[in-house]
Each structure stands twice: as structure tokens, then as C-alpha cells.
Design a protein around this ligand. Structure first.
Ligand SMILES: Nc1nc2c(ncn2[C@@H]2O[C@H](COP(=O)(O)OP(=O)(O)OP(=O)(O)O)[C@@H](O)[C@H]2O)c(=O)[nH]1
Ligand SMILES: [Mg+2]
Length: 331
């Protein structure tokens, strides 16, 4: 199951209390204070982990509480520190304190480690409080409290290229044709129910990642179909491919293209100012040159590059991939 948001509770450990104690030795009738310090409470960290793909585990485990520090003891013995707690998340996870809009962490790299809740300091033992006028202090410090938060985790996949289009446009077929990914492909709408990622390897040890998301329909921004919630997974891509099925005779390619453009704009204007390539698909069946021409004209008028392909026969894939590379090589 693909889960891309979660709510969890985190709490760091409380510091251990400092000890109140006095030395008792055979030949030392009035020993001084020897209460040791409390140990530090454990901190909570969030860490990026490459092999994770979803936030599913947080459906089952939602509470993360680090260990408290131990109290100090006599003979100047310090209490041990509480163990730190590490929460592993997939790359692309953005962390918010509940109710706040600014994220406190954006985990984009493996092993990236962010301190979320700091463990409380241990209290000082009474040995610290001895002075010329106060030879036998009978008090010690308490340990500092830990910090606690409810956090909202949002997974926004990290891909370079995003595939958008109506259901059945051929997005998953294109992903399967270009990468080793094996998404489900079927001749009906809403085959893809959660995003798929695939990697295109270049010749110079370079690569780019493609994200295939569920199809959009008119009214997606208001929740129609699977809604627009998956669009967040292409927010961070650098290039979008907008796939339009040229073989579908139920409406014109131009109409379908415009519906999706509008939905993306409603979702977030930024999406429509990203570099985009318009791709007419399935040119191996029901090909109608006039309809294709209309789509190409509209796309080019709007300043987008246009390609036509058949993911089934691989026709037109090479020039398309070359055009995608050009976006990454220019930098
Ligand atoms: N003839 C032909 N059929 C294609 C081509 N590309 C995709 N198809 C078919 O079109 C149907 C839909 O393809 P998908 O790749 O599942 O479409 P999608 O855009 O991922 O659809 P959703 O996941 O529902 O949004 C499948 O039956 C594919 O086999 C093509 O180039 N030529
Ligand atoms: Mg699909």
C-alpha cells in the first residue's frame, strides 16, 4: 500500500535528576556532598533511508518516545544517558510540526539526519552546590523535561520527470517502455492507483527518474476521479510530460489536453510554468493526421515542445528521450 502522509507523536527523554548524597567513610566523620549528575534524556532524530518508498509503517507505529536519562547516584556517580531514537523515512519526506505551514525538515538524501526533539539535560548533583558558606547542600537539580510534538509527515516523491495526462493516455506504458519499472497497464481508466517510479540510465553514468502518477480527469481539483492529491508527487520534478491519447475517438486530443492543463493550473500555478513536453501517444492505431496537427499547433503556440510516439512499437521514443536529456544537460 502506498501511503504518503502520516501523523506521529514524538517525545524526547527527560533528563535524570541530580542526586543528593554525602560521603560516608570510616575515618571521615563529616564527608562532603557527593551526589552525581543525572544523565541526559535521549533525543529524537529523523533520518532519510533510500530503501523506503512509503510512509506505510506510520499507520501502525505512531508514537516515538526516547528514553529518559537515569538519575545520578552517590559517590559522584552520573546517571546514564537515555538512548537516542531514530525514525527512518523515505527520501522526499517533508516534516511539519502539526498546525504549522513551514516545514522543519526536508529529507532529500540518504542518511540525512535532522534533530527533531532534543533530550532534556540531566540535573546537577548536590556535589556541584558546595560552597564556602554552604558545606552540606541538601538539594540537587531536577532533570530538564524532554520536548514533545505532533508531527505531520508528507511524502513528495523526488523524480526528475513527471508523467501527467488523462486515465488510459499511456503513461504507465511509456514508463515501462523507457525503464525497468513494471507498472500495471490495462485498457481501462484508473489502472494506476499510486505513483510508480522508474530510472532511465544514460551513457555517462547519468540517469533521471520518471514518476508515473494516476490519471487526472475534469474536476480532479475538486476530488473527481482519484482527485489531484497525486499531483504533489510531481511538484518537485523539473520537466513534465503531458501525454495525450491520439487514438481515442470519444473527444478531441486538444480538448483533453486543455482539461488537464486547467486542472494543473487549479492545483498549483507553478506546475504549468514548469518546462513541459506535450506527447501525442498511440500513433500506431486510429491515427488521424488532422487531429494530431491540431494538438501540435496548440502545444507549440503555448511554447511547449511537441513529440508523437507509440510506446507499444517504440516509435518516436528516441527523440523524446533525447529532448528530455537536454533539460538536464543544460545545467
Ligand atoms: N496501441 C497502443 N496501445 C497503447 C499504447 N500505449 C498504451 N496503450 C494501451 O493503452 C491502455 C492504457 O495504457 P496505460 O499505460 O495503462 O495508461 P495510463 O495512462 O497509465 O492509465 P491510468 O493508469 O489509468 O491513468 C493499455 O491497454 C495500453 O496497452 C500505444 O502506444 N499503442
Ligand atoms: Mg497508469
Amino acid at each position: 500500500m502506498f501511503v504518503d502522509s502520516a501523523r506521529i507523536f514524538v517525545k524526547s527523554g527527560k533528563g535524570g535528576a541530580g542526586a543528593v548524597s554525602f560521603r560516608r567513610e570510616k575515618y571521615v566523620p563529616k564527608g562532603g556532598p557527593d551526589g552525581g549528575d543525572g544523565g541526559r534524556g535521549g533525543s529524537v532524530y529523523i533520518i532519510g533511508k533510500q530503501s523506503l518508498r512509503t510512509l506505510l509503517s506510520f499507520k501502525y507505529k505512531k508514537k516515538f518516545v526516547a528514553e529518559n536519562g537515569k538519575a545520578g547516584e552517590g559517590s559522584l556517580k552520573s546517571g546514564s544517558s537515555g538512548k537516542d531514537l531514530f525514525i527512518y523515512v523515505p527520501l522526499g519526506t517533508v516534516v511539519f510540526v502539526e498546525g504549522k505551514d513551514e516545514p522543519i525538515a526536508d529529507i532529500t538524501e540518504a542518511k540525512q539526519k535532522v534533530l527533531i526533539a532534543k533530550g532534556g539535560r540531566g540535573g546537577k548533583g548536590n556535589a556541584h552546590f558546595k560552597s564556602a558558606t554552604h558545606q552540606a547542600p541538601r538539594f540537587a537539580q531536577k532533570g530538564e523535561e524532554g520536548e514533545e510534538f505532533f508531527l505531520r509527515l508528507e511524502l513528495k516523491l523526488l523524480a526528475d520527470v513527471g508523467l501527467v495526462g488523462m486515465p488510459n493516455a499511456g503513461k504507465s506504458t511509456l514508463l515501462a517502455a523507457l525503464t525497468k519499472a513494471k507498472p500495471k497497464i490495462a485498457p481501462y481508466p484508473f489502472t494506476t492507483l499510486s505513483p510508480n517510479l522508474g530510472v532511465v540510465e544514460g551513457e555517462k553514468h547519468n540517469s533521471f527518474v520518471i514518476a508515473d502518477i494516476p490519471g487526472l480527469i475534469e474536476g480532479a481539483h475538486k476530488g473527481a476521479g482519484l482527485g489531484d492529491e497525486f499531483l504533489k508527487h510531481i511538484e518537485r520534478t523539473r520537466v513534465l510530460l503531458h501525454l495525450v491519447d491520439l487514438s481515442d475517438e470519444t473527444s478531441s486530443p486538444v480538448e483533453r489536453f486543455q482539461i488537464i492543463q486547467k486542472e494543473m493550473e487549479m492545483y498549483q500555478r507553478n506546475l504549468t510554468v514548469k518546462p513541459m513536453i506535450v506527447v501525442g501517444t498511440k500513433i500506431d492505431i486510429n491515427y488521424d493526421a488532422k487531429k494530431e496537427e491540431e494538438l501540435r499547433n496548440i502545444a507549440e503556440e503555448m511554447g511547449f515542445t511537441y513529440f508523437k510516439i507509440s510506446a507499444a512499437t517504440h516509435k518516436g521514443l528516441k527523440p523524446l528521450v533525447k529532448a528530455i536529456w537536454s533539460y538536464f544537460e543544460e545545467e
